[in-house]
Design a protein around this ligand. Structure first.
Ligand code: NAD
Length: 264
């Protein structure tokens, strides 16, 4: 049961009250920031992701949220999750993973997993979510893509393919739902300091023969004219905007939040 605004610590003006939002991959990083931003706007958040059970319990309590720990690599687990959580108004497909290796050495199991999590999982959650959104005449689907949906970097073949793919998927869903009150958009961050970025530093050091500082300054921030990592909370704020009534005509778009990376 949702508690009152005063109990849940959110601001009194709650633009998304009454809305139910599933945020995949919300136990960490960008998804967690989006979940917190939607909660602060009054939505009831359904968290999903992997991680330490005690930390997840604390997040669930913090946001007065529901948690579903479905492993999104498994389509059957996605189907059960979507059945268990019931109709949702807002779907944020955010869970994602990365692996960095030259294409001729790219482990085929990593390729399969990255496509399954970053692309195919969004197809499954979307196909189960849209009927209720259409019936309600309102819905928001937001897919976390990446600057790598618009441009490529070497050694990220699976990731770049998955992120280019999610944009095509999102545009298709946007067109199919254009007259239903349901919008579908991508958010494409540049480099955001999260565990996903931290985790790829050792492999990038090895693939490119660089030190840790060289990877951070000469590979990662070299891409961003602002020379700053994007902050997870900035992405949360953009997601909130895309959920607002004022964004009802924003659909099929791919919103960059990348410090100017893809402007070059
Ligand atoms: P993160 O590693 O901090 O979080 C990933 C989330 O996905 C976690 O909650 C994790 O538990 C969950 N997850 C991983 N495997 C899962 C599985 N099999 N089933 C269910 N959940 C699973 O990463 P992040 O940086 O916050 O990335 C979130 C999204 O943002 C990803 O789609 C990523 O590609 C994208 N992105 C990140 C950056 C960046 O710089 N960090 C840039 C552009 C796009």
């Amino acid at each position: 049961m949702l508690k009152s605004d005063s109990d849940s610590g959110r601001p009194a003006s709650s633009g998304l009250s009454g809305k139910r939002a599933l945020v995949t991959g919300s136990t960490s990083g960008i998804g967690l920031a989006i979940a917190r931003a939607l909660h602060n706007e009054g939505a009831h958040v359904i968290l999903n992701g992997l991680g330490d059970p005690d930390e997840i319990a604390a997040l669930t309590q913090e946001m007065d949220a529901t948690f579903n720990g479905a492993n999104l690599l498994d389509p059957a687990a996605i189907e059960s999750m979507m059945g268990d959580i019931g109709p949702i108004d807002i779907l944020i497909n955010n869970a994602g993973m990365q692996h960095v290796a030259p294409v001729e050495e790219f482990p085929t199991d990593k390729w399969e997993a990255i496509i399954a999590l970053n692309l195919t999982a969004a197809f499954h959650t979307t196909r189960f979510a849209v009927s209720a959104m259409k019936e309600a005449g309102w819905g928001r689907i937001i897919n976390t893509a990446s600057a790598h949906s618009l441009t490529a970097s070497p050694f990220k073949s699976a990731y770049n393919a998955s992120k280019h793919g999610i944009v095509g998927f999102t545009k298709t869903v946007a067109l199919e739902l254009a007259q239903t009150g349901v919008t579908a958009n991508c958010i494409s961050p540049g480099y955001v300091w999260t565990p996903l970025i931290e985790g790829q530093i050792p492999d990038t050091m090895e693939a490119r023969g660089l030190t840790r500082d060289e990877v951070i300054n000469d590979v990662l921030l070299a891409k961003q004219p602002t020379k700053k990592f994007v902050q997870p909370a900035e992405i949360g704020a953009l997601a909130v905007f895309l959920c607002r009534e004022e964004a009802g005509n924003v659909t099929g778009a791919n919103w960059s939040i990348d410090g100017g990376w893809t402007a070059e």
